[in-house]
Structure formats: C-alpha cells, structure tokens
Design a protein around this ligand. Structure first.
Ligand SMILES: *[C@@H]1O[C@H](CO)[C@@H](O)[C@H](O)[C@H]1NC(C)=O
Ligand SMILES: *[C@@H]1O[C@H](CO)[C@@H](O)[C@H](O)[C@H]1NC(C)=O
Length: 500
C-alpha cells in the first residue's frame, strides 16, 4: 500500500522529465510509461474485472468478407426470466466500420417497451476503453444480471421510454474488434467518425426510426465522446452528408469534458466533502498552477502537452485518493473493500457463457470488459477541452443535460457545475442567474436542477458516479422528462408515474 502511494505520487514527476525526451512524433507511449498503464490496470481491477486480453485485436475475422456491412440478428437471451413482456424486439449486431482497415463495432439494439415512436437513444460508457455492457447490465438496460447469472427485468430500464442502443467503442473494447491494430483510435475525430458512420448504417437498416427524435447519452469519459459525436452529427446534418439524423439533445452523466476546470475542482470538492483536510488541500493545490498551464497548452488539439498535462494533473487526483484512505472515488460514501471498489465480475461471467455468446453471435471474439490498450491509445485525448464545440450546438437549439451524482469524486458535480457556468454562449447570463429548483420524483426531492433554454444542469442526490445504478427511478424520470421538455416541472403528474 505504502509502495503504491509512493509510486503514484512520485512517478509522474519522473515521467515529466523522461517523457518529452523519449517520446517520438508518432505519440505512442514509450514502453517505460508505467504510470498510465498501471493506472488503467488498477482501475480495471478495482471493478473486479479481469479481461483475458488487453484489447480485441483478432487474428482472423470470424465474419466473412462477404458479410453485409451491418449484420444484425434477433436476440433471445437463454437465461432471461420470462414474464408478461415476451415478444420483445431485441437485437445484437456488428457494423463494419467504413473508415477502417478491418474494424467491426458491436452493438445492442432494444426496441422500446412502450412504443416504436419513442426517441432513439444511444448510450456510451467511458473508460476510455470500457464496454457499454457495464451500463446495460448494471445501470439502465432492460435487465440486470442476478447472482445466479439469470437475467431479471429492470423496472427502470431506459428502454421503457426509448429505442435504446449500446455500442462497444472505441475499436478494441467489449466485443468490438479488428484484425488490424492500426484501427485503434487515438482521438475524438476517430471516435466520432466511427459513431457517425455506425448511425448512418443503423438508420439505413431501420428507416422506420429515422424520423424519431434522437438523443446521445453516456457517462464519465463519454464526457469527451458525447460533445464530439453530437458536433459530428450536427455537421453531417448541416452538410447533408448522409441520412439526416434527428438530433435533439445530448446528455453527459458525471463526465470529463473540460479538464482545465474540472481538475482544479478536485481538491475543493474533496475538502467540501470532508475527504481531505485543509492542509492537505493547500499542499495538493501547489501542483495546480502547473496543471493549469499544461492544460492550457494542451487546449483542444495539443499532443505532447496533453500527455504532460495528464501526468502533472493526475498527481492531484492521486494525492487526494492517497490521503483519503481507501475511499471509493466513484462514491465517497463507500470504501473500496480489499482492492475492490465495485464488483462487476458477473458481467464477464455472464457474457463468457457459451449459450450467451451464441445468442449474441460474437463468434470466437473474447469479451474485453475494459481495454488497457484503448485507454493508453486515448491518453493524448484525455486532457483536451471538449467544451469548445458545445456552444454552437446550443445556439442551434440542440439540448444539453449535464447531470452528476453528488457523491462521485472522479467526475464530481462541482467541476461539472463550474465548466457549465463558465461556458460562453448567448444564454450564459440567464443560465447563471436562473435559480435552482428541486427535481421531484415521487413527491420527494431527487436532485437540484438549473435550466435556461436548451441547457440543463442536474445534481442528483444520493448517487455516485453511476447515477442510473444508484437512483434508477430518478434516472429514468430524468431521461423521460428531459426528452419531453418537462424537466423543470416541479412535480410530476400522477399519470406519468403510473405509466412508467
Ligand atoms: C436465479 O435468481 C433469480 C432472481 O433472484 C430467481 O428468480 C431465479 O429463480 C433463480 N434461478 C434459479 C435457476 O435458481
Ligand atoms: C454568475 O453569477 C455569480 C453571482 O451569483 C457571479 O459572481 C458570477 O460572476 C456570474 N458568472 C457569470 C459567468 O456571469
């Protein structure tokens, strides 16, 4: 324990010196860049996940080259505990990524339990490099994995109000794979183009859904993916590039979007919440000026400077965690027990069953729950500012919901609150001066909401990093009411409650 604290506190500084000298123009990490790799592996182990492979690079493609670009099959899970809802249209599929050598993106598509006319919602899990199946089975999917590896229906699955998509991305994550490692993505251009191309193929396959409203949602590192993806879609729509996609809004849950502001909020949040002392706070903050300079240099498209910023700024986070004595940094109310912050091992146990794999049509592809290689490949992207593309979307009337569970440290509400307020757009003043109102679910306050025009900020009570896992009912209400433009209604009509 002492040892690892020592490493996390001092290695980054060593690397700061080593880094610029040993890194080459191609921006691959030097093999001796142990700190980020260790960080990624630690993160994955703390979720009790042990993927067999570091990344999904297959030695052959089990789908033949004559397979269509989009292979989608009806999905029937073998161990789903049946109830009255039977004939549900569930699908799993692979999309052959256009601008790749040999990459295939895996996805789930669950038709709405309510109506085909419900909006289409896509969910993106973060990492970078973690599979969206984490959210599907632990947060907002149609079902959850029981202890005995049966599936039970989730009363608050987001498919109750939407036609719901989960994709494994970037390439190499989850069941998404390539036979060519050049397909591993390094930035948001790569990520957002792949997602755009996927949607084009998806709506070509499902023309009946193309006029439905479309929303992008996700969590954590998806605070990077989501604004980039929304901007990419909006650009494609404006340029009449392909099928017009009816983008209405994007929602970021406990995301990392503007690192310059969010890293500066870590110590303040930790102090406010009693995780660290004032003297720790002040000592840790000595790194802040350097972190802020490095992050400025990184900006929206820096390279080496962004890696330097990652290494410097993460000493802030690591120091807080080291001082906080085993706190679960996804939910500061909890401790990481043993080396585990969460136990998501049943996800791997479930998805590795032969009967499930057969149902999914994943051939001999391993399930990589979280990919260390994808994480490392995206490192140059980590400290980039993704807020900068958002104002254009707001001006064009695309809605943004930023929500955050109040007990998450790693992408805490305070840092998100600060960047949302600092964002320059035509409604900034009005947003700033609008007052907070309670977000009421079942006649009790489930959060605090601040809104103006297309912009909404919701601080969710009694939740950590994974809001739909901790507050499933409130999260479903949030999605539904946000999509219906009724988020600010101070109390929900009784009718709505019973229909959900
Ligand atoms: C597995 O667990 C679920 C939920 O707890 C239960 O309904 C089901 O009967 C169990 N199945 C078996 C085979 O034990
Ligand atoms: C927002 O309002 C506060 C006062 O409530 C003020 O101190 C701050 O400067 C305002 N920020 C912006 C960006 O207008």
């Amino acid at each position: 324990m002492k040892h690892s604290i020592f490493l996390s506190k001092f290695l980054p500084l060593l690397f700061l010196i080593v880094f610029p000298i040993s890194s080459d123009a191609s921006l691959r990490l030097p093999v001796n860049a142990k700190f980020p790799a260790t960080q990624a592996e630690k993160l994955i182990r703390e979720l009790n996940l042990f993927p067999k492979e570091q990344v999904n690079i297959a030695d052959h493609d089990f789908l033949t080259s004559s397979a269509p670009k989009l292979v989608e099959k009806p999905l029937k899970f073998p161990n789903l505990i049946a109830d009255s809802i039977q004939d549900l249209a569930h699908h799993a599929g692979y999309f052959k990524i256009d601008h790749s050598h040999a990459a295939r993106m895996f996805y789930f598509f669950f038709e709405s339990r309510n109506s085909k006319n419900d909006p289409v919602v896509i969910w993106l899990t973060g990492g970078p490099g973690c599979s969206s199946e984490l959210a599907l089975f632990y947060e907002n999917g149609p079902f959850r994995i029981a202890k005995n590896l049966s599936l039970v229906w989730n009363e608050y699955g987001w498919d109750k109000v939407s036609n719901l998509l989960y994709v494994d991305q970037p390439t190499g994550t989850g069941f998404s794979y390539s036979t060519d490692k050049r397909d591993i993505r390094h930035n948001e251009d790569g990520v957002s183009n792949d997602l755009y191309d996927f949607l084009q193929a998806f709506f070509a396959k499902h023309p009946e859904l193309v006029n439905n409203d479309f929303y992008i949602t996700g969590e954590s590192y998806a605070g990077h993916y989501i604004p980039a993806f929304a901007a990419r879609l909006h650009r494609g729509n404006k340029a009449k590039e392909g099928i017009h996609i009816n983008l209405k809004g994007f929602a970021i849950g406990n995301g990392l979007t503007e690192p310059g502001i969010q890293y500066a909020a870590y110590s303040d949040y930790a102090l406010d919440m009693g995780v660290i002392s004032k003297s720790d706070h002040d000592r840790i903050n000595k790194v802040l000026p350097v972190c802020e300079i490095a992050t400025k240099l990184c900006g929206t498209d820096g390279t080496i400077s962004c890696l330097a910023a990652y290494l410097v700024c993460n000493t802030i986070f690591n120091s807080i965690v080291a001082h906080a004595g085993g706190v679960n940094y996804y939910d500061i109310r909890k401790k990481c027990e043993g080396s585990l912050c969460y136990d998501f091992s049943n996800l791997e146990n479930f998805l590795n069953q032969k009967s499930v794999r057969d149902a999914l049509g994943v051939g001999d592809i391993d399930f990589v729950s979280c990919s260390t290689s994808v994480y490392l490949a995206m490192l140059v992207d980590w400290m980039r500012n993704l807020e900068s593309g958002i104002p254009t979307l707001l001006e064009d009337g695309v809605k943004l919901l930023v929500y955050a569970g109040e007990y998450d440290l790693i992408c805490n509400w305070l840092g998100n609150w600060r960047w949302v307020h600092a964002m320059k757009w035509s409604g900034q003043k009005e947003f700033n001066s609008s007052s907070e109102v309670p977000f009421v679910v079942d006649s009790s306050e489930a959060g605090l909401l601040k809104s103006h025009g297309p912009l909404n900020f919701l601080k969710v009570h009694d939740a950590g990093h994974m809001v739909p896992m901790d507050q499933p009912k409130a999260a479903l209400q949030m999605l539904k009411r946000w999509m219906e433009n009724s988020l600010t209604e101070s109390s929900e009509p009784k009718k709505l409650v019973s229909s959900i």
